[in-house]
Design a protein around this ligand. Structure first.
Ligand SMILES: Nc1ncnc2c1ncn2[C@@H]1O[C@H](COP(=O)(O)OP(=O)(O)O)[C@@H](O)[C@H]1O
Ligand SMILES: O=C(CO)[C@@H](O)[C@H](O)COP(=O)(O)O
Length: 535
């Protein structure tokens, strides 16, 4: 190996609304970036927020959209000046839980892609269905059946780290097996979005990694093997071979496919490191220390915590961790995150975050007692139907408020929900705690101030990049490559800086709002109620 040659690493994030790519140097500094926004850059797929919605809570995305986005982002990286011959390893992150259903000859096509054409034209018929994604809430019946089959929700949580959740891949596979058996049979392999994306670079179907694989309700997070009972509940005896054996997240899977060598000039010895879920990658990228909680503000809002041991959570999820620093991780996911904030920004203030933030500044903290819960899409925590609920200071339900009060009610309601459910899951915050924010909305200081006050905890952001999942992907590629080749890199742990600290009166204002939030919640229809009335 040429020791003097500059070494660089490539990371991807196939998230809900866009595909992002980053190139870092051996000191982990960001050198180049590019992105493709699905709705805007690929309007032919007719997605809104990166997804397609059905009438009964079904939410899907066409896998070819992600393939075409990859073709585009590679070209944009070239325009950004990337020299692919300097990339030693690549890895990626992707939205969690979504399933990709491969047609019979897909693997041979992956292996024989012609460098004269785009990937998407060659994989146009490689998938037997659109991909159900994490926003799908149409599998309540399958969740119940899965829980019953393994001995109840607590038992399922003990084995897999989570009770059954609608978006988790096990219930999604069960629904496909039950309602579209021909698709189930026709798919020779089923990938997660992360392992699907990895497959494109590897030129064969990539294994599912353990961290993202623990978001399926199918993996025993103690033995690190698929759980037989859960598999049996979700499909037939071909399911294990459709999924393949899972591998450790820090796995080097081999060299990049010849397609990328011939078409983009990647090195023939460029290594591909297993891709993982975006939250898992964010945890890896954030390098959380003890007492620090990650707050990812992407399409969904998530709270992340590294754990040394698995625990069966009453709510939320325990996943296998992405790195040796965090053998396990706790995750709480709220589906109404940035997209819901953005919808109401458009309604209340138009397309500008600055104008929306002016509205916030025109109100006082605590919002004179006005509170609101806004679910534009079915919520995950709690499992509730879409809707909007507004109350005044005396607890009276109201229909409408002036825009400035609604703007604050939306954000304060979201922050209160994150704190209430974090407490339920046992996230402990004390004097030494901090929230470390990442994701698209982490640039908004007004929003972070509300989180600081509601959580009584300072909020920090990373200095290197606002997207820890993306940076985490490139850093994981670098670290796995460094361990494999025995080459020491100069990269250091990413650093963080404070952006919001709680005001002195935070407790007086926000602590009394928590029981009010829980009271409002008690009256909101839950997904289970909906499933019962539909039966
Ligand atoms: N200044 C801002 N304030 C609040 N939200 C913002 C701001 N800038 C971008 N966002 C939100 O960030 C979201 C995209 O975040 P991102 O992390 O890229 O999402 P994802 O990874 O799920 O595709 C958008 O929905 C957008 O509304
Ligand atoms: O379902 C979950 C986590 O369990 C979501 O967090 C998805 O992983 C989507 O991530 P973003 O696109 O919102 O980052």
């Amino acid at each position: 190996m040429d020791e003097t040659r500059k070494k660089t690493f490539l990371g991807f994030d196939f998230s809900t609304q866009r595909l992002k790519a980053v190139v870092i140097g051996e000191d982990y500094e960001v050198l180049h970036e590019a992105e493709v926004e699905f709705d805007v850059d690929l309007p032919e797929f007719r997605t809104a927020g990166g997804v397609l919605r059905g009438e009964r809570g079904e939410v899907t995305a066409p896998p070819l959209l992600w393939v075409k986005a990859l073709d585009m982002v590679m070209d944009r990286l070239i325009v950004a000046g990337v020299d692919f011959s300097l990339i030693d390893a690549l890895s990626g992150a992707a939205q969690q839980h979504g399933s990709v259903w491969w047609a019979k000859d897909a693997e041979s096509r992956l292996a024989t892609l012609s460098p004269d054409q785009f990937v998407h034209t060659q994989l146009a018929t490689a998938f037997v269905s659109n991909s159900p994604v994490w926003m799908d809430s149409s599998t309540t019946e399958d969740c119940k059946a899965l829980e019953e089959a393994v001995g109840g929700p607590e038992e399922l949580a003990k084995i897999t780290g989570s009770r059954a959740y609608e978006r988790f891949t096990g219930a999604q596979i069960r629904k496909m097996f039950r309602t579209r058996p021909r698709v189930y049979q026709a798919a020779t392999r089923i990938s997660l979005v992360s392992s699907f994306a990895c497959s494109l670079f590897l030129g064969r179907i990539a294994p599912i990694d353990l961290s993202d694989g623990s978001g399926m309700n199918l993996l025993d997070i103690h033995s690190m093997k698929w759980d037989e009972k859960a598999l049996k509940a979700c499909g037939d005896d071909t399911l294990a071979s459709k999924l393949g054996e899972p591998v450790a997240t820090a796995s080097d899977l081999g060299v990049v496919s010849p397609y990328f060598v011939a078409r983009y000039g990647l090195r023939a010895d460029c290594r591909v490191v297993a891709f993982t879920g975006d939250n898992c990658s964010a945890l890896a990228g954030l390098r959380l220390r003890s007492g620090w909680v990650g707050l990812s503000l992407g399409t969904s809002d998530t709270l992340l915590l590294g754990l040394q041991a698995p625990a069966a959570p009453p709510a939320g999820h325990v996943l296998v961790g992405p790195t040796t620093h965090a053998p396990y991780m706790a995750l709480l996911c709220f589906s109404n995150g940035s997209l819901t904030r953005q919808n109401h920004r458009d309604r209340l203030a138009g397309p500008s975050w600055d104008v929306f933030n002016d509205l916030l500044r025109a109100t006082v903290r605590g919002n004179m007692g006005y509170m609101g819960i806004y679910y534009d899409t079915a919520e995950i925590v709690p499992r509730a139907v879409a809707g909007r609920w507004l109350y005044d200071a005396s607890g009276r339900a109201i229909e409408k408020l002036a825009p400035q009060f609604e703007a604050r009610a939306l954000l304060e309601g979201q922050a209160l929900a994150r704190r209430a459910h974090a407490e339920d899951m046992g996230f402990k915050l004390d004097a030494g705690s901090r929230l470390v924010a990442t994701g698209g909305a982490s640039v908004n200081k007004e929003l972070l101030q509300i989180f600081a006050d509601v959580f009584n905890t300072p909020v920090y952001v990373q200095d290197q990049h606002a997207n820890a999942a993306l940076l985490g992907a490139a850093i994981r590629a670098a670290e796995v490559w460094s361990a494999k080749t025995g080459t020491k890199l100069s990269g250091a742990d990413p650093t963080v800086s404070p952006v919001a600290t709680p005001y002195a009166d935070h407790d007086k204002i926000y602590t009394p709002m928590l029981p009010r939030y829980r009271d409002i919640l008690a009256h909101i229809p839950k997904l289970d109620d909906n499933a019962k009335s539909a039966r």
